[in-house]
Design a protein around this ligand. Structure first.
Ligand SMILES: C[S@@+](CC[C@H](N)C(=O)[O-])C[C@H]1O[C@@H](n2cnc3c(N)ncnc32)[C@H](O)[C@@H]1O
Length: 218
């Protein structure tokens, strides 16, 4: 196989993953919303609290893949201004019906609307191929002010592997990547971030290991 052909094959794989991810959430957004805890508690609260520690209350937060908006509501309850965003139509519609502003924003293809101080993405980058994760990190890095921060997570595993997964609580498959925490940290450092905090404590309903990070742009 020629190098060009290989590259085309890889790019098309990424596009399929991105499309599959969007279609998955568009087909079972309601079931997803019902399947997650309503409140921010435990490991999830610890992660969000670490994420905003040191961010002045005057600062704005951009959330990628807001889903139901639960985490945005928690951050707003602390006094932050949060810009919600999504790619899945049912979540965007739900925000519109509630009179809550939300942008259609794809972190893999769209430029951020202006400079950002803090970006949060809970359970979003876990649906990306390794190449897409690099693209997402680069996009966030470009948009962040110097010293700005990103909170994100992925599934963790002793060796890297990616697959389609169907779990019991949702009526369809999703693509997940799994990263050894050390390799993920190296990827984040490579993208120009410093790891401020990293935890493998489960943040939501997590039968499988996850790694949650707060990183700062160097
Ligand atoms: C597992 S859900 C998480 C939703 C919410 N953050 C939460 O924790 O409940 C993943 C979300 O990421 C969104 N998403 C997936 N790929 C995305 C992308 N490339 N850009 C922006 N959002 C994306 C999906 O539409 C979905 O709502």
């Amino acid at each position: 196989m020629s190098l060009v052909r290989q590259e085309e094959t890889t790019l098309s794989h990424d596009r399929i993953v991105a499309e599959k991810t969007r279609l998955s959430y568009e087909s079972f957004a309601q079931e997803y919303a019902l399947s997650i805890p309503r409140q921010v508690t435990g490991g999830m609260k610890e992660w969000l609290d670490r994420f905003v520690a040191g961010v002045p209350l005057t600062g704005a937060i951009f959330e990628v893949g807001s889903g139901t908006g639960r985490d945005a509501t928690y951050l707003e309850s602390m006094g932050y201004r949060v810009q919600r965003s999504e790619i899945a139509a049912p979540f965007l519609r739900s925000f519109q019906e509630q009179g809550i502003g939300a942008l259609r924003f794809d972190v893999l293809t769209d430029d951020f609307p202006g400079r950002q101080q803090a970006v949060f993405a809970n359970s979003v980058f876990c649906h990306m191929t390794n190449r897409q994760l690099r693209t997402a990190l680069e996009n966030v890095h470009e948009a962040l002010d110097h010293g700005g921060r990103l909170g994100f997570n992925t599934k963790a595993a002793p060796v890297p592997w990616n697959s389609m997964v169907q779990n019991e609580r949702l009526p369809g498959e999703r693509y997940f990547s799994r990263w050894p925490p050390g390799k993920l940290r190296a990827e984040v450092e490579r993208a120009g971030f410093t790891v401020l905090w990293c935890s493998e404590r489960p943040a939501i309903l997590r039968p499988t290991p996850w790694v949650n990070l707060v990183v700062r742009k160097r």
